[in-house]
Design a protein around this ligand. Sequence first.
Ligand SMILES: C[S@@+](CC[C@H](N)C(=O)[O-])C[C@H]1O[C@@H](n2cnc3c(N)ncnc32)[C@H](O)[C@@H]1O
Ligand code: SF4
Length: 262
Amino acid sequence: MNITLPSKICFRVTRSCNSSCRFCCAPPQGSTPHVSAIINRLDWLLSHGVRTVNFCGGEPTLHPDLDGIIGYSHRHGAKTELTTNGIHLNDSLSSILSKVKARVKVSLFGNREHHDFLAGNQSFDQTTATIDRLIRSAVPVAVQSTIVAHRLEMVDWLASFCMAKGIRQLNILPFIPRGNGKTVRSDFELSTRDRTTLKDSVKTKRRHYSNRLDIRWLDFNVKSIYVVETDGRVLIERMDENFDTELCSVDSLHTTSASEQR
Ligand SMILES: C[S@@+](CC[C@H](N)C(=O)[O-])C[C@H]1O[C@@H](n2cnc3c(N)ncnc32)[C@H](O)[C@@H]1O
Ligand code: SF4
């Protein structure tokens, strides 16, 4: 089968999570594939032109073999990234991230009150402590934040936070009505006007901070991403699940090619 993949892909290693963000676009369903299935999928991706693997979920730090999976990817020539809520990132993982120079995107939604409200728990201290620890371990850290209606000013707080910590990248994700996001759409969806205001403000800040802080606008309302799901399917995910495209299932392709060889 002729499948063209981008050089970078989002790889879900689990759909479990230790948080309960109100708007989660990839909500916990509990599935966590075995490391052997993950390695097979990685081999297939790398043989199909993928060069950077962004481990995400669910919460990827909950996978019991994440250290080994990152090490394996690195040894096989892939660049690695991790997107995490930063609630539980232990020293062993921190040290492998530092060793392979993985870029880590930590999700922080704003100040304590706002972060804890959106996360549905009191994780602000854990998440910011993880950011501090990663910085001390010389791991390249980016802050990633979902922005919801009526709280556009959080972008100012986040930019100041990054500047104070010496963080060089801030990703701004306007809310999308996907997954659990559908159920909170009426509370969190940005109006067209809000979206324009937010986008302009990001543009202005980007100019203002120029070489000091790279503020990126990642709008999945318009941009689609390639994702490997926990069941091995490769999807192009869009703003709404109904518009996703399923490209293939890596596990069944592997099974097919293995049985063809016999
Ligand atoms: C699905 S999470 C998975 C990784 C990890 N658990 C985390 O929270 O960083 C990946 C990113 O998607 C963002 N996100 C989740 N739901 C969203 C939504 N409905 N709209 C926009 N961004 C969302 C999160 O804030 C996080 O930065
Ligand atoms: S956004 Fe990430 S941390 Fe929050 S519930 Fe979803 S998977 Fe968990």
